[in-house]
Design a protein around this ligand. Sequence first.
Ligand SMILES: [Zn+2]
Length: 276
Amino acid sequence: MPELPEVETVVRTLNRSIKGQVITNVQVDYPKLLKNVGSISEFKAQLEHQPIHNVTRRGKYLIFAIGDFYLVNHLRMEGKWFFEPIETLYDHKHVLLQIELDDGNVLRFHDTRRFGTLDLRDRDTVMTTNPLAKLGPEPFSDEFTSAWLMAKAKNKNVAIKTFLLDQTVVVGVGNIYASEICFYAAIRPEKPVKFLDSDDWDTIVAGTRSILAEAIQHGGTTVSTFESSKNVHGMYFEQLKVYGRKGQPCLECQTPIAKIKLNQRGTYYCGYCQKF
Ligand SMILES: [Zn+2]
């Protein structure tokens, strides 16, 4: 599943292709994809002949500002946006939405699993209603501090890695980067958050920012199926210190990297560098 660096890479790629274009036609191939939408014809009327102002991101959500509306999209497991000439042959079974643009290209939402979501919101409600309303701070914002994390963690028994996945704690961190952040902070992923001190939280804040920023610079991580668009793969995969490295030597101490299941999610750590 794409995490913040992958979604940020998609945002940057999309803005290069579609920002400022006018939508000429919208084709809905899978109506169940749409939420908070009246009828399909109403949805088309709201977007057609409208300009795409830009694409932004909040957490792992893409936000398309179109005319007076916002399309809020979560890619979930397999969602991808393809920008291509309209005559390009496409996978009819897995393309769920097509947005035709005035330069003769089309933006196709491709999702083999159909777990992706698309909410239509207006200016007054986009930030105050689901899915964006309950999100926690952005990792690069001033609100993301060790004091915030310590307050959220108070008296909680939840494991630090699981805590970092909670999008009300901080947005954008998913399964890959949560393991990497725990390694950066030299803390075992299973350690309950109530036992972390302010130095630990300072390191977690610094590690979250540093790892996500570096991953953005590398265009995200390529793991199984992530692509920011066709033929663009993230390069951060080669920078991962623990994720996906079960049995391989730790880059700091040569101890083989361990893999466990934590809350049903594959979790990687170095048993020597990371303390419980
Ligand atoms: Zn180690």
